[in-house]
Design a protein around this ligand. Sequence first.
Ligand SMILES: Nc1ncnc2c1ncn2[C@@H]1O[C@H](COP(=O)(O)OP(=O)(O)OP(=O)(O)O)[C@@H](O)[C@H]1O
Ligand SMILES: [Mg+2]
Length: 206
Amino acid sequence: MHSSSADEPTAREEWLQQRGQQALDRFDSKTPVIYQKPIELNQDVHDWIAGWGGDSLFLTGPIGVGKTHTAWQTCRRWLEAWYAPNRPWSGGPDLRTYRSTTLFDALRPDGPDEIRRTLVKELQECNLLFIDDLAAAKASEWTQERLFEIFDERYINRRPVITTCDVLPTQLSEVTGPRVSSRLAEMCGASVVLLDGHDRRTGAAA
Ligand SMILES: Nc1ncnc2c1ncn2[C@@H]1O[C@H](COP(=O)(O)OP(=O)(O)OP(=O)(O)O)[C@@H](O)[C@H]1O
Ligand SMILES: [Mg+2]
């Protein structure tokens, strides 16, 4: 006869474990190849993951220090944490990842209104939004307005954003417009993490 022991996973734990593994497999398959490698994360990033909730995370620093790699691996840890047995289940996680240039393109006024409106709504509501290299391209006035719609909704509902960028949130005004940079500064609060060091691509000082 089968007897259960305290060490055996419960049905809920097994279900979470399986669902979590499927979500991680899907995430890994869409992660760019070089960012799939596990890396040591900065202590401030560990702290953000441990206490994650409404706060956003802003990773800044010079070229090649590892901002994007850190962000992808942080998203992965966030996903793992979603399926932790002690976390109350609130449905499958919706995690969106975007390069800023791709995002700005998708928000342009020349595409179909319906598709753009759906995208804005999805980015307002997803559980975690990661935008890579936010200062890489200047947003037009139109795009700044769409960014405002996305960030304001996330700001008032305390939905987190992970941003990588080579300047500070307060210096983003030129790119995103002042209303977005002001909100982002408050959303990140103490979780503005400076990654310092050399350009890992060349081995030269950044
Ligand atoms: N902690 C780490 N350990 C080992 N390799 C790393 C680490 N972080 C990043 N790398 C590697 O260093 C290189 C640069 O990393 P990444 O692309 O994340 O830099 P970045 O700061 O985003 O640069 P950029 O400002 O140009 O976007 C990549 O090859 C990446 O895989
Ligand atoms: Mg990068």
